[in-house]
Design a protein around this ligand. Structure first.
Ligand SMILES: C[S@@+](CC[C@H](N)C(=O)[O-])C[C@H]1O[C@@H](n2cnc3c(N)ncnc32)[C@H](O)[C@@H]1O
Length: 435
């Protein structure tokens, strides 16, 4: 592809992303799947432009509005181009599959912006920080003076983290295997099982991944799984298992011994877990599609699990580094709906916990209403559960210096270099609690 064709493709893909309510990565993979002639280098270059525009959309739109210019995909890519210091030379708009050359208005826009910093002192915090305006009061209440740094870190691209599959390798084994394939990785600081890659790689081509020595998992997610303290021989349920990211980690902690049930309402997600489990050499997992809270299996299995992990559906506000488009689709109404669903899911899953067993609630959200407030509400209606403070568990279960001092695990890209995560560990009383 010529640079001109790449530019045109970026405009086209961005346009498709903006026209669809589906996540950007889904639209992007459909786009490239239906254009097999686009090679991997070109794909990477086009995606890089599109993702950069999504990451800096508020800033770009602020400039477009200030200059009285309609904000569409083409204008956004042109503004990004000028902020990248690329001159709109005629070759960039010539030849097969190129976009049309900038018209007079567009030329004026590009001339005005040339050499300017993308940041302007008059930009409000939500524009500089690239988050929806309606979230500003909540994020300010959450982070106060740290707001700019916290949201700044959420704008950056996330690193690629791997979890070492202890069923097949130690962290040192995995490091050596990766080195043999000329892949540079460094041990993560908080998770004892994590490796962070210096550069993005296509893992399907990596033998260590194909052999199941490593799996993609954010460091924060690894820590949540470790806090669940799933042990060999236990009965464990991963209640919102999805495609099995945490199931795999739980199975490794259990050394393949005991019973691990991975359930979810979405059959297609549970199906996706199968190949991952096989690759990882996991054989103590039963996958189960449930109908929802009224599923008969839940009733039948009441009070029969030592560990119940609820990795609840959430706003994903902790994963903005990976899904920069998600934040622009989030509404207050969605938050409200999710909080309601989480409440119902948590109460339903709690029934599965044995007396003396533990219920672990986690989200990849940073919002207190999905996290601390959710737990407080649950505890007020479930007196048989109490909080087990994370710092007291950390030494034995994780072993690195504990990153939090409060009762819950709360991680953020700025504070910990992980995705934003929350986890609470609750324990069910051995005997019934009097009313
Ligand atoms: C955050 S994702 C889980 C990610 C997964 N645990 C992992 O580590 O890869 C939340 C999951 O909850 C599932 N879910 C949504 N509503 C549910 C319900 N009522 N009961 C069980 N699972 C549900 C979704 O299908 C989704 O897979």
């Amino acid at each position: 592809m010529t640079p001109a064709a790449r530019l045109a493709a970026a405009m086209e893909l961005l346009d498709e992303i903006q026209a669809s309510p589906k996540p950007a990565d889904q639209i992007s993979s459909l786009y490239f799947k239906s254009r097999r002639y686009i090679g991997s280098k070109d794909r990477r270059a086009v995606a890089e432009t599109v993702w950069r525009v999504l990451r800096t959309k508020a800033r770009i739109d602020w400039w477009l509005e200030a200059l009285d210019f309609p904000a569409d995909a083409r204008a956004r890519v042109l503004v990004d181009m000028v902020f990248q210091g690329v001159k709109p030379e005629p070759e960039l708009f010539q030849g097969a599959h190129s976009a049309s050359p900038p018209n007079q208005e567009e030329r004026r826009l590009l001339d005005t912006l040339r050499g300017k910093s993308p940041f302007h002192h008059a930009m409000p915090a939500w524009v500089k920080g690239e988050f929806p305006q309606w979230l500003e009061p909540r994020l300010t209440a959450l982070w106060g003076e740290r707001l700019a740094q916290e949201v700044g870190a959420m704008r950056d691209e996330a690193p690629l983290d791997l979890r070492v599959n202890t069923l097949k390798a130690t962290r040192d084994d995995a490091l050596i295997a990766l080195k043999k394939e000329r892949i540079t990785a460094t041990p993560t600081e908080i998770s004892p099982l994590g490796l962070r890659l210096a550069n993005r790689v296509a893992l399907v081509q990596v033998q260590a991944w194909r052999d199941g020595l490593i799996e993609v998992q954010d460091e924060g997610s690894q820590l949540v799984a470790l806090l669940a303290d799933a042990q060999p021989g236990m009965a464990v349920v991963d209640y919102c298992a999805g495609a099995g990211g945490k199931t795999l980690a739980l199975a490794a902690a259990m050394q393949n011994k005991g019973r691990l049930v991975a359930c979810d309402v979405a059959e297609w997600r549970v199906d996706k877990a199968q190949a991952r489990l096989r690759r990882a050499g996991v054989h103590n997992v039963t996958r189960r599609v449930i109908e929802g809270e009224s599923d008969k299996w839940i009733k039948r299995s009441a009070a029969s699990f030592d560990r119940v992990l609820v990795d609840a559906p959430c706003t994903g506000t902790g994963t903005w580094r990976r899904n920069p488009d998600g934040k622009w689709q989030l509404t207050e109404q969605t938050v409200l709906e999710l909080v309601g669903r989480q409440q119902v899911i948590l109460a339903s899953a709690a029934r599965l916990t044995k007396p003396g067993g533990r219920l672990i609630y986690a989200t990849c959200s940073i919002l207190p209403e999905e996290n601390e407030e959710q737990i407080e509400r649950f505890l007020s209606t479930h007196p048989e559960f109490t909080v087990v403070p994370v710092p007291g568990l950390w030494g034995e279960l994780v072993g690195t210096p504990c990153p939090v001092s409060g009762p819950y695990l709360r991680l953020s890209p700025y504070g910990h270099g992980t995705d934003g995560f929350f986890a609470a560990v609750l324990e069910r009383a051995l005997a019934a609690v009097p009313e």
